[in-house]
Design a protein. Sequence first.
Length: 653
Amino acid sequence: MRPGLIFLIIVFASFIATAQNLVSNPSFEQYTTCPTNFAQITKCINWQNHTSGGSPDYFNACAATVSGVKVPNNFLGSQAAASGNAYAGIISYNGASPDFREYVNGTLSSLSPGAVYEVSVSVSLADSSGYGIDDLGAYFYANGAVPIVTSQALPVAPHVSYTNYGALTNKLGWVRLAGTFKADSAYSHIVIGSFKNDALQTRVATPPGSNSYYYVDSVVVRILSKVFFVLTDTNFCAGDSIVMPYTVGQSGYFNSANIFTLQMSDAAGSFSNPLNLVSLATNSSGVLRGVLPKTTSPGIHYRIRIVSSSPADTSLDNGFDFVISTPPGVSTSADTSLCAGGTVHISATSTGTGINYSWAGAAGFSSNAQSFSISNINISQSGKYIVTASDGVCSAKDTVNVNVIAIPAKPEITVNSPCEGDTIRFSFKADTGTVQYFWDWANWAPILLTDTGVVDIADTTMEGSYVVIADRSGCTNTDTAEVVIKRKPKVAATNNGPLRVGDELRLYVTGDSTALTYYWTGPNGFSSVLKDPVIDTVQLEAAGSYGVLVKRDGCISSGITTVSILDRDDEILVLFPNPNDGTFTIKGSVKKDQQIAMKIFNDIGQVIYRDETVANRRYVNKTVTMPYVANGVYFLRIRVDGENKSFKFVVKH
C-alpha cells in the first residue's frame, strides 16, 4: 500500500456513507468465482464486457498469485483496492493497435428522467502504462444487446466526461473523478472507458510501456436533485393546462410544512419576476396541475422550474426554451331552445385567419363546418355542442347549449252528445311532465285548465269546434272535437174541451213533427203512443191533466193539457187559443138554445168587430177571424142566457 492511499479510502468511505449509490456491486467485491486469468470481468457480478473486441480484466485479492490478477500485485504492477479487495482494469490506448479500446459495463437502478446525477469513479494508471490519457468518461443506456461488435472507440459521446481533469498519470494512488449530468431517460446501464479516437486523445508519456491501462474502482451514481421534473412539450398556448409530474430526489429532505410551487419565467426566459402557476402543500413526489393564463404574452423563450418553501430550494429549470402562442378567439351562436322536430342553426366565428373548425355534440354529433343545421331534431340531440377552432398551432373552444323540448302527447278529447239543457262533459288525456292545457273555442277566450275535465250546461250557442292545446314551454300539440247540441222537440199539448159527459175527447200535440215518438198518460190509467189520441164518450172521471213525452234522437220534451168535463146541465164557455193571431174559437155549453150577439172591443173601448152565432142543442162553437187586426189586448163580449159575459185575449202575429 502506497503513502496517501489511506486518506483516499477514508474520504471515499465517508462520501458513499452519505449517498444512495444506484450502481450494483459498485466496488467489484461480489463475484461468482475468483478470477484465474486475464479477461474474466464476467466473474464479477453485474459487470460485463461492452465490446466484442475488448477483454476487460477482473482483479481480486482472492486470486492466486500465478493468475496475474491478484490484488495488490498483478501482471501490470501493484495497486491496493480503493475500496475493499477488488477492482476492474481496461485498456484506454494501445500503441500497437490504433483506436483500440476496452469498456466495462455495469447495471444500476433505473434513473429518473429530469433528475441530475453525480457520477464518480476512482481510477489509477497501471505501473506498466506508457501513457496517461485525458478522455475517460461514463456513458449510459437503457436497453440493447452487448457486447457491441467492435474493438475500437465507441461512436457515442459520454454523458459524463472527465476531460477537465486532464491526462490522468497517477500510478501511486487513486484519483477520484466526478461529474454531473441530467438524465433524459430511464437509464439502467453505465459504460466506463475512453470515448475519443487516438487522433483526438491527449496523451502524456509515463514510461515505460506503449499502452494506457487504468484500474477502475468504487463507481458511484447518486442523485443530486432535491426535486426534479421532465418537460416534454415544446409548444403551449395561452390558457392551456400544464400538468407536471415531479419527483422528490432525496426522501426526508423536505419538511412536512413544505409547499412546492411551479413557476414560469417571462418571455425572455428570466426568473427575476416569476409567475406562480400552481402550488401544492406536500413534501413528497406528486403532480402540479396549473393553467397558463389566457393573458400570457406570446414568446419563444419561456421556461419553468419548481421551488420549495421548507427548506427553500429551487430545481433546475426544464433545460430548454418553449413557445407560448396566443390561441384564436372563437364565439358561437347563442344558447337555444326549440321543439322536437324543429331545425336548429348553429355557427361559430373567430378572430383568426385560416381557422379550422371541429364540432362535437350530443348523440355522437360531429362536424368540421363553421356553421351547420340539424333538422327534425329529437330529444337525444339535446345537450352541449362544443366547437374547437384551430389555427394549426393553438385552439380555442366555445359551447352552445341546445335544449330540445318534447312535444306533448296529443290530448285526445272526449265529449258527450248532450241535448239542450243537459250537462255537457268535456275531458282529455293528459301527458306526464310539466304541461299546461288550454281550451280554445270561438265563443271563449283560451282558458287555462287545472283539470282534465270541464262540465257545463249545454245550449245551442256552445256548438262548434273545441280545441285542447297542450303546451310544454311553448311546444304544443292539439286535438279537436266537433260539438253538436241535439235539439229538443218544440211541442205543446192541447185538447178539444171543455166537454160534456158523453162527448168525444181529442188530445193534440202541436209544434215539431219530424222523427218524433210520443207517450201520453192521463187519469184512470190512460196511456197512448199516438200523436193525437181520442177517447170516445168521456165521463166525469176522465177530467184532469194529460201529459205527453215527445222524444227525438234521445232528447225529450213534455207537454201538459187539462181536460174539463161538465155535466149536461152545466154551462161553460171558453175562448182559445189565447194568445192568437186574430183567429180564435169560442165554444162551450149554455142552458138553452138561443141567438147570441158578439162584440169585440180594443183596449180603448172601441168596437172593432160585430157578429152573431146560434146555440144548437145548448152548444156553442163559433170561430172568429180578424186577419188584419193589430197586435194588442182585446175584449170579447157576448149576451148568453140573459147575461153579459166578457173574455180578454191577446193578438200576437
